[in-house]
Design a protein around this ligand. Structure first.
Ligand code: NAD
Length: 489
């Protein structure tokens, strides 16, 4: 029996099903898989386990609608109107969405609500962008006019992870649909609940039937079938770097277009001249918000030696004050990790960390939470760069702090990992901050700032953190073909 008073949302579906050609359907072979409540680790629902036959059906429907052209050949203004309606509906259902998301993922409810707002904003952003889209024309006076024809590609395969699932789905669905593609979405198997909401939202907003299709299932089955389907010319994937490598290899025979947003081990670099209070607050938020299950988490903090002891002391004290609690309670700041398998993985790093660094906060279950996937915010100081907790993505509320003496050493430490997603730099030296940003191997850098996105800027990582960049017109580029047309004068 569960030890906690869990909050179960009203009106859960009887079963989580696929959505193909405008209808909720089961798998062709009737197979299902268990979905767990992260607070109790009890199965709370069954979800349809898609296989090749289900993917084949969804792709065929998506392809048919693409060819029919009701959506793919509609005017940008028409698509923009539908996308704005989607954004309105997501906004108006924010509370319900957050409730389901928090229940399924274990994310704190207030943060799940923030992610629901961001999902609406993603649609609104691409609704605006698509009508402002301008393509190039080139003239060679008296000889030629050359222009660009932009076309949707066809069926986009979208594969998403379990952290902030609804928001990350919107980050792919928004631009894929804005540009006129049809889609097949394969959400993460740990957290399939909220994806079903897209069906009703899209229907109500007026997206033509069959343009959006959803197949649930295990990555190695449903995800794999989508990646290997010859009629899916592009795959947008967010998930682990190792999965990205496999998808890259499986896409090679078809030379698919790939966009990959992968793992991270992002550094936050705190120089002695920084506003220490702001740096402590932001780096606490940077690794403990979203349960630490955040791709851009600042999970390595590098601190200049002259302020190191003070920083570690303040940081550990603040980490101890972070409120761990049940996901649905509004005061909760860290909820339950998504799944017992993930909990075990994070806990194994916590145990390793005890010999790799000096434990200054957490390192255990929080008091009163003897079952479920709860971990107290955990801080290790004096972590050597070769330590596994410095090198490997933990994806939980665990942070490694390391001292440095010079700017050159800080840069070397920052770049000393296979990943290159984000970096956060804290200094009041203007020149140093910009020079550091230029030199650090990261797709995104925040200077004296929390992780706040501007959707027009590139989003993506370097090294093992990704392939290609989305964000702004880059997303439009990924989801379209650009054809050059030449006219002789
Ligand atoms: P994961 O790689 O295990 O799974 C991601 C998705 O891929 C799931 O839907 C899964 O079912 C599917 N999948 C798994 N194996 C597959 C296969 N062989 N073929 C096709 N699909 C397959 O990742 P996860 O554990 O769900 O998510 C956490 C990871 O995602 C972390 O590494 C995190 O950093 C990363 N992430 C990155 C970003 C970013 O924008 N860079 C954002 C969020 C999460």
């Amino acid at each position: 029996m569960a030890q906690y008073e869990t909050h179960t949302p009203a009106q859960l579906p009887e079963r989580i099903r696929h959505y193909i050609d405008g209808e909720f359907v089961d798998s062709a072979d009737g197979a299902t898989f268990d979905v767990l409540n992260p607070v109790t680790n009890e199965t709370y629902i069954q979800a349809s386990a898609g296989k090749t036959a289900d993917i084949d059906r969804a792709v065929a429907v998506a392809q048919r609608t693409f060819r029919e052209g009701t959506w793919s050949q509609s005017l940008p203004r028409q698509r923009s109107k539908v996308l704005h309606r989607i954004a309105d509906l997501v906004e108006s259902r924010g509370d319900r969405l957050a409730e389901l998301e928090s229940f399924d993922t274990g994310l704190p409810i207030t943060q799940a609500l923030g992610q629901a707002r961001r999902a609406a904003e993603n649609f609104r952003f691409f609704a605006d962008l698509i009508v402002a889209q301008a393509d190039d024309t080139y003239k060679v006076p008296g000889r030629q006019i050359n222009y660009v024809n932009r076309k949707p590609i066809g069926v986009a395969g979208l594969i998403t992870p379990w952290n902030t699932p609804f928001m990350l789905e919107s980050w792919k669905l928004g631009p894929a649909l804005a540009t006129g593609n049809s889609v097949v979405l394969k959400p993460a198997e740990f957290t399939p609940l909220s994806a079903g909401l897209w069906a009703g939202i899209f229907e109500e907003a007026g997206l033509p039937r069959g343009v959006f299709n959803l197949v649930n299932g295990i990555g190695e089955e449903a995800g794999d079938a989508l990646v290997k389907h010859p009629e899916v010319p592009l795959i947008s994937f967010t998930g682990e770097s190792s999965t990205g490598q496999l998808i890259f290899a499986n896409s090679a025979p078809h030379l698919k277009g790939l966009s990959m947003e992968l793992g991270g081990k992002s550094p936050a670099i705190v120089f002695a001249d920084a506003d220490l209070e702001a740096a402590v607050n932001a780096t606490i938020f940077g690794v403990f918000s979203l349960n630490g299950e955040r791709c851009t988490a600042g999970s390595r903090i590098l601190v200049e030696r002259s302020v190191y002891d003070e920083f570690v002391e303040r940081y550990a004290a603040q980490a101890e004050r972070v409120k761990v609690g049940l996901p649905h309670e509004p005061e909760t700041e860290v909820g339950a990790l998504v799944h017992p398998e993930h909990f075990d993985k994070v806990m194994s790093y916590v145990e390793k960390g005890k010999s790799e660094g000096r434990l200054v906060a957490g390192g255990r279950r929080p008091e009163g939470y003897e079952t479920g996937n709860f971990i107290a915010p955990t801080v290790f100081a004096d972590v050597a760069p070769e330590a596994s907790i410095f090198q490997e993505e933990i994806f939980g509320p665990v942070v490694a702090i390391t001292a440095f003496d010079t700017e050159a050493e800080a840069l070397e430490l920052a770049n000393n990992t296979k990943y290159g997603l984000a970096a956060y730099v804290w200094t009041n030296d203007l020149k140093r901050s910009h020079n550091f940003a230029q030199a650090v191997e990261a797709g995104m850098v925040w200077l004296n700032s929390n992780n706040v996105r501007d959707l027009r800027t590139p989003f993506g990582g370097v090294k093992a953190s990704g392939l290609g960049h989305e964000g702004g017109y880059r997303s439009i580029d990924f989801y379209t073909d650009q054809q050059a047309v030449h006219i002789n004068l």
